[in-house]
Design a protein around this ligand. Structure first.
Ligand code: HEC
Length: 116
């Protein structure tokens, strides 16, 4: 009897697409709450709000995110979460953020000028 081919199971991160679909259906990213974004951004400060924009150790450059366009921040975070942007650290960071979280962070960062 021929061996049955094991059905290949591709486990898609469905919840990611569901999340993206929601914001696409709304036509725009959800409105951001900058106060909540400030709280969420606490865990990002170690890398993104340091002098000279270099991670302390190991020493590597970190992009400036303060003062960015909200859409740009949300797009970047969604791309990390979906694996379209490939950077293990940021993929890990973005994986726990909802679309609303991203919008909140973007709203906070947009109001921060270019100094942080
Ligand atoms: C351990 C250090 C580290 C932490 C913590 C971190 N980031 Fe990042 N972040 C980076 C690095 C390094 C890059 C550049 C990655 C690349 O080359 O794609 C980056 C890229 C980004 C970008 C894209 C910027 C651009 O101009 O392309 C955004 C937006 C961002 N991070 C937001 C966040 C947010 C929000 C958090 C917290 C939830 C966070 N990061 C936490 C190191 C970090």
């Amino acid at each position: 009897m021929p061996r049955r081919r094991h059905r290949s199971r591709r486990v898609w991160p469905l919840f990611v697409w569901a999340g993206l679909g929601l914001s696409a259906a709304a036509g725009a990213a959800p409105a951001g709450d900058a106060d909540h974004g400030r709280v969420l951004f606490e865990s990002c400060r170690g890398c993104h709000a340091i002098d000279g924009y270099r991670n302390a150790y190991p020493n590597y450059p970190v992009p400036r995110v303060a003062g960015q366009q909200p859409d740009y921040i949300v797009d970047a975070l969604q791309a990390y979460r979906a694996g379209k942007r490939n950077h293990p650290t940021m993929q890990a960071q973005a994986s726990s953020l909802s679309d609303q979280d991203m919008a909140d962070i973007a709203a906070y960062l947009a109001g921060q000028g270019n100094t942080q």
